[in-house]
Structures are given as structure tokens and as C-alpha cells.
Design a protein around this ligand. Sequence first.
Ligand SMILES: [Fe+2]
Ligand SMILES: [Fe+2]
Length: 399
Amino acid sequence: MTVHHEHADAGADTAAPSEQELQKIWNGVVGRRSFLRRAGLASAVALPAGAVVASSASAKRRSKSSDQPTDGDFAILRFLAAAEIIESDLWSQYAMFGGQATKDRPTDGQNGAYVAALENLDSDMPQYISDNTDDEESHQAFINAYLMSKGQRPVSLEPFRTLAPSGATGGGSQKRLTNLKSLNVDTSWYLRYRAVTNPDFGATFGQAVTIKNQAVISISDKETPPGNNAPVPVPPDFAHQRMQAIANSAGFHFAMIEQGGSSLYTTMSLRVTSVEVLRIVVAIGGVETNHFSLWHDKAGNAVADPLDGVKDPVTGTFFPNLNTGSEATQTNLILPEPCEFIPGLPDCSVVRPTIDALAGAKAAVKALTADGLFDGQSGAFFTFIKRLAREADAAERGV
Ligand SMILES: [Fe+2]
Ligand SMILES: [Fe+2]
């Protein structure tokens, strides 16, 4: 088993805030709500019944007309639009290699060998990949449409679409925003979601599998011929071993991306002011968590019988069997273990981390950069995405 205890490269599990800082965040959310409840109760006691009805109707009108998104809300949505464009770009690459071709997505699933390797993880992988891609494309289109409906400019990353696609079958000819040819996949989420400790309070986790400088899509037809599409559960030769390691690494990357989305959306929701924007952030965030749960299950199949023992003959990435009798790594324990959440209260099964330092917009950019997803991007790209992240993290609830 290759479980070690260094900090994740992505830096996702470092720098925890103090307990006072956490308490301040929660007081901000909970305190404001209970204040409103108390204020409502006081006026109901002081006024005659008719006045209460009238006043609650006018309050409703007022709250409807005053539910305008704030500048902070727009900043949050702009960063989330950028994040969704990035997700769409990486997922559409995965879909072209290993998705399910349909009338709506005719260019999905072009690389038979990649598809066959993914199907060793789960026979429905191609369908799930195309569906996940659809979801991300809908997220970015929706958030941008919402921004425009409020007189705001949509976010575009098109000037940064400059990276060469993979030359293997499935890479297509379109320039890319994201790099999938060599990644450092942070797999600490696997251990984090099985633990009773919470990174929001300083807990750190090592890597479940060490995946460094690893292709997660095919990068050469010569190395991994796309015609190797017959089902071969245990890879018999160099090309099959390489492709299976690529597919297994992709499986872990899928979950890494989506757990990041789960934490990012939850964290951003705490800074939203408008109820309508909160609805958008919470409702899309729930789907990110849905995605994570699915990929968590599939990634476990890369570290269980019969796929355990696969080793990439090029990078050395090795997939051990994580069913060693310890609940810390057991592959079917895919639902979040209850963990520390609010000091003084019982453990709770929750998304984690959800504090700015670990899961805010700047933290998301840092994690994706450490992943290698932006390798080859220009300085202008980093300037732009970091500015969006700074502005989103600066948003304050109620301001
Ligand atoms: Fe998304
Ligand atoms: Fe997502």
C-alpha cells in the first residue's frame, strides 16, 4: 500500500484558521438569521393582526425587490463561471476520449482503448463521463446567462485557449485551456473523507495513491494504440498497462476535481447575499457533490481486485490494493465519514474543507495549478484567474 504522510502538493490541506476565526464565520451566518427571527417576533407582538399581515406582505415585496445581487455576489458568480469553463474544457477532453457518442455528442468516445480501460473501472463510465460533461457545460452557460440577465458581462476564457490538444486519437484539433497530458493528481481526498478529523481544524492527509507527472488521457497512438479495445481486465503488456494506469489515474482525477467543486461551492455560498444567487450556488454545488460521490465509487475500483497491482510502465504510478482491513482505505466506504464540524457539537457527515483558506476561490486556483492543469498557460491567464479569485474571496455576506 502506498499511503504516505506528506502534505499534498495541491496545498489543499494546509494552513488552518484559528477556532475564533471559524466561530466568527458561523456567528456571521447563524447570528444574522436569529436576529431576523427575533425582529420578526417582536413586531408581531407589538402590532394588531391586520397590521402584521400588511407588514409581512410589504416585507415580502421589499425583500423581493431588495434581493438584488450585490457586487460581491457577481464576483462570486464570475469566478464560478470561470471555474465551470475550466471544468467544461477538461471534461470535454475526457468525453472525446472516453465518453459515450450520441446524437447530441457525436464526437465523444473516440479512443476505443481508453474506453475499454475505463470500462474496467465500471462498464457505465463512458455514459457518466458524457453526462458529467453535459452538466459542466450547462453550469457555465447558465451562470454566464444569469450574469447577462442582470446587466453584467459574461466571463470568457477564449483568449487563453492556447494549449495544443493531445495528438492521440480523441484529442481533436481544438486548442485547449487545460492540460491533461501530465498531472500531479492530489488523492488526499480519499483519506480525508474516511477520517473523523476535519481539515478546517488543521487535520492533514497524505496521498492514497501517488500520481505524479501522469498522463490522464492517451498522449500517443504509438504508445497506446486506440485499437486495443477488446476487454482485457488484467493488462497483459506494456500498451495495456500504460493505458490502464492512465485510465485509473483519470478515475482519481475525476473525483479530485469534483470534491474540489463541492468544497468551493459550499464555501462560496457562505459569502452570498442575494437569496436568488444563494439558490444558484447551493443548487449547482449539490450537483458537484453528486459527481464527487459517483467518481469516489469508481476510483475505488482502481485500487481493488482485480485491477490492483497495475503499474504504469512509463511513470511508475502504482495502484495498490487498498482493501487491507483498515477502514481508513476500504474501497466501498465511499460515503463521507462523520467528522468534526462545529466545536462543542457532535461529529457530522459534511463536505470538507469549507473555509476560505482551504476551499475558497484562491485556494481552488492554487490546487488546480499544483495539479498541473494550467501547465503551459500564459502569465495573462494567471493574472486574470487570480483577479477573479481575489474578488470572489473578498465578497462579504450582507454587504
Ligand atoms: Fe460544475
Ligand atoms: Fe463539476
